[in-house]
Design a protein around this ligand. Sequence first.
Ligand code: ATP
Ligand code: MG
Length: 438
Amino acid sequence: MMPQPVREILQRLQQAGYEACAVGGCVRDTLLGRTPEDWDLTTSARPEQVMALFPGHSIPTGLQHGTVTVRRGGASFEVTTFRTDGVYSDHRHPDTVRFSDSLEEDLCRRDFTVGAMAMEADGRIIDLFGGREDLARRQIRCVGSPERRFSEDALRIMRGLRFASVLGFAVEKETREAMRSCAPMLRSIAAERLRVEMTKLLTGPDASRVLLEAPEIFGVFLPEILPAVGFPQRNRYHCFDVWEHTARAVGAAPPDPVVRWTLLFHDLGKPDCFTEDAQGEAHFHGHAERSGILAAEAMRRLKFDNDSRDAILRLVERHDREIVPGRRSVRRCLNVLGPQGMEQLLSVKRADILAQAAAYRSRLDELDEVKRIADGLIASEACFSLGQLAVNGRDMMELGLQGPAVGEMLRCLLDQVLEERLPNEKDILLAWAAKNVK
Ligand code: ATP
Ligand code: MG
């Protein structure tokens, strides 16, 4: 259902003699019975005419594209003048944008039929390209010639695959073929844009299927995945090749971007680390470190922020290390990763197991035990970091320590606590420190 403020904005524009409707993702989501994240509106009114109709409630956010943000009912809505796009010479941006008086022209420039429908204030749907039929068939199809649309703006290839993953849709045949033939044009797309689309794709409910269907497209900007495709893993744990295992592991994890990117990377080092023993069993010693190196390079190219990159690398490097289900080793893990990183590591390990041979599922029980211990430690506010230690730097200085010796002693104390050789109690820690001052 169209929210009241949206209807009011559309009615105000119509009463002033302009055409106006909601358009794009919000129409698609409404027809799918989903709640749209935001409502984009389009109108024949020029930006200054929109501004004049909503004095004091409109901000010229993107005038060169014809966009005015209108505030109403405590929310903001983007109102964009009907447009047509000129020639695209860089596979990404139109060289010129021209305002138009025709809704039809505006709908023509949109990439996929399911996102090229409009809805009027009274709920009437304007669907010029069979968008409703494609929604019913659950498929992504380009408006117009797919080759032309992807050649204009290659990012649309990734948008299409992202919608396929997020909506659980198939990609229509001609659109799919053009995605493949135009994939090399993705090289001209800014790394940030590719990363944003890939993150949305990876966190979609159907990521696993989409990854399996189109590795060579992702390989244009993530060549690290290509050696994994079809690379066999002949050993007792695995029933899939490296890429299929990877795709299944991504799909088996909660939709946390850090966890899903970690799973995308976690085994990519395997082809480089492959050895075979006398019995013909495959081994991949050192693959977690190798995957970390490949992941670091890929994330550098895709311009990840430092925090996400570091979190993902820590998880990739640890994904294969055993966590003994005991208090001390879990405390050590919490010390390195923190509660959130620990939770993420357990999600990674669980998804990794779920994407392996079913005979080894019993290892999930061990993870449950680790989780139970970690939750218990966190709930009882057990100490696993310097900040939680019952003594601080000032206490050490009062014992006569100075300079780097202060930090060193605190780390020694934390070590004693992590190993559960000392309780986290001030008097006891101070006495131990006093005895061990050099
Ligand atoms: P969501 O907001 O759920 O991600 P959406 O379909 O609303 O999906 P947006 O990126 O918000 O996608 O764009 C709004 C609309 O603008 C789209 O539905 C589409 O019609 C059009 N659009 C956006 N980007 C492009 C593009 N690169 N090429 C053509 N049309 C586009
Ligand atoms: Mg949108």
